[in-house]
Design a protein around this ligand. Structure first.
Ligand SMILES: *[C@@H]1O[C@H](CO)[C@@H](O)[C@H](O)[C@H]1NC(C)=O
Ligand SMILES: *[C@@H]1O[C@H](CO)[C@@H](O)[C@H](O)[C@H]1NC(C)=O
Length: 475
């Protein structure tokens, strides 16, 4: 046993001796200077061995050329070490391609094996064979799709959005929507009965909440890469309804973050959630304003909801009061706003219109398809531009938005196109100032399938108190 061990260590010594002087201390340095080896790979191409005038057979420690701030070898022994051959050793001395370096071209520049660049949403890597190998994901902003929409006669125009550029379609669906399809029980919720009177309920061809209730309809927010449209659409509709119902005595923009961080039961924060849960929270706990509890997009994973930094307690008659300060230093208006139970509207276009006209914006679930992300203007309808592409280019997910009005656009041939006006939560630079128009009366993208209204919970006392606040702020 001892003997074998001895023999083994002797072997190591012998092997080690042959290479130690050249490999151990110097190799490290050379590797740093010229990582001309598998994986590393950055090298000034040029004629080193060729300039030296020849290559040496076997091992020859003197067979070197200056190379950057060190030396490189042109003897056949260098092959074993891989890292210390001159860049042109393979080609000049052996007449072969360097076995481990591929060179890829792009815009007249050379790239080496392992180097990468990003082409829209796909990472391209220079392969061993000198060919770019690119991921094949469908991107959120596909130039083909944008062009096809704009060339076609679809009734709407598409644009390339820098905030979406470089994302995959899957990421768009995962991070920019975020409303779970209501459960079957919720979907079967009774619709409210509306007694429409054909005489008195004449609906105008155009209606816009922002014009009927100026200063009470809130501008679209931006959910960023936070899949919480469940919280954004609910907060937005509640904000408008409270402002309208209080006749402008209060015009709070309610905080989606309050819902995201605090309404966590059966909710997924920025990884998606349910609107029935959001309304439950608004009714039973209430939320503060956006100004008091500002939106903070998630830093790491969408599932992290952040610590809940607002609580409320009952002060009788169903009303609640905040027990914490606003989680920011500049605002101390921590009033809690609540809603009444939400109600489901019928899928009938006219009844939805009447509700908006009488009471204000409503919330709607909608199926978002790949082409909706590039919407810029016009009356949206899901197009067939991706139908001939592989299935990964056709995806959809559930979203929720706020419908604020409607209209009709006359065509040259005398027909007209009816539309809804709706607010999204992708910022004001998306679509028509953050809004979009979508075909009305045909349940486009299921936008008429599940429509919700709710009242703010407002008392006379509220009107008085908030009114007071309001005036004090202006002095
Ligand atoms: C160089 O190394 C490669 C890979 O180990 C081997 O296939 C080739 O025969 C070697 N060439 C010389 C000249 O030693
Ligand atoms: C889209 O926008 C991105 C970033 O803003 C830009 O790099 C890209 O070239 C644009 N693509 C097209 C087709 O305009």
């Amino acid at each position: 046993m001892k003997l074998i061990l001895f023999a083994v260590s002797l072997l190591f010594l012998v092997v080690g001796e042959g290479t130690a002087d050249r490999l151990l201390p110097k190799r490290t340095k050379r590797e740093l200077a010229s990582p001309l080896h598998v994986g590393g790979i950055r090298d000034p191409f040029g004629s080193y061995c060729q300039r030296r005038g020849g290559c040496c057979p076997g091992r020859d420690d003197l067979c070197t050329v200056p190379y950057l701030d060190t030396i490189c070898y042109c003897d056949l022994f260098c092959n074993r070490t891989i890292s210390d051959c001159c860049p042109d050793f393979w080609g000049h001395c052996l007449g072969v391609e360097p076995p481990f370096i591929g060179i890829c071209e792009r815009n007249g520049n050379r790239f080496f094996t392992g180097q990468t660049y990003k082409e829209n949403c796909n990472l391209c890597t220079c392969g061993k064979s000198g060919r770019w190998e690119c991921e094949q994901s469908a991107c959120l902003m596909e130039p083909d799709m944008i062009q096809a929409v704009n060339r076609g006669n679809y009734g709407w125009k598409a644009a390339n959005y820098s905030q979406f550029y470089g994302m995959t379609l899957d990421e768009g669906i995962r991070y920019r929507l975020g409303t779970q399809r209501p459960s079957r029980t919720i979907m079967n919720m009774n619709e409210i009965q509306m007694n429409m009177d054909p005489q008195n309920d004449r609906l105008p061809p155009y209606f816009n909440s922002a014009e009927k209730w100026p200063g009470k309809i809130h501008e679209p927010l931006d959910q960023g890469n936070c899949a919480a449209s469940w919280a954004f659409s609910t907060a937005a509709v509640a904000s408008d309804r409270i402002s309208i119902q209080s006749m402008g005595h209060m015009t709070p923009q309610l905080s989606p973050q309050n819902l995201i961080s605090c309404d966590t039961r059966n909710q997924g924060g920025c990884a998606g959630g349910r609107i029935d849960g959001a309304w439950w929270y608004l009714r039973r706990r209430g939320v503060v304003t956006e100004d008091c509890y500002p939106f903070q997009p998630p830093q790491q994973t969408p599932a992290e909801v952040g610590r809940c930094m607002m609580q409320s307690r009952s002060v009788g008659r169903g009303k609640r009061q905040a027990t914490q300060r606003c989680p920011n230093s500049h605002n101390y208006h921590n009033d809690i706003y609540q809603s009444t139970p939400p109600y489901r509207l019928s899928t009938n276009e006219k009844e939805i219109m009447k509700e908006i006209k009488d009471n204000g914006p409503v919330q709607a679930i909608m199926e978002v398809h790949e082409d909706f992300f590039v919407y810029k203007s016009g009356i949206y309808k899901h197009t067939d531009v991706s139908f001939t592409k592989p299935p990964q280019y056709r995806k959809h997910g559930t979203h929720s938005v706020r419908i604020t009005g409607w209209g009709e656009e006359r065509n040259f041939d005398g027909t007209s196109k009816k539309y809804w006006i709706a607010a999204n939560s992708w910022g004001k630079n998306w679509g028509e100032n953050g809004y979009f128009r979508i075909a009305r009366g045909e349940n486009e993208c299921e936008i008429e399938a599940f429509v919700i209204g709710a009242w703010g919970r407002i008392t006379m006392e509220d009107m008085h108190n908030h009114h007071h606040h309001h005036r004090r702020r202006h002095i």
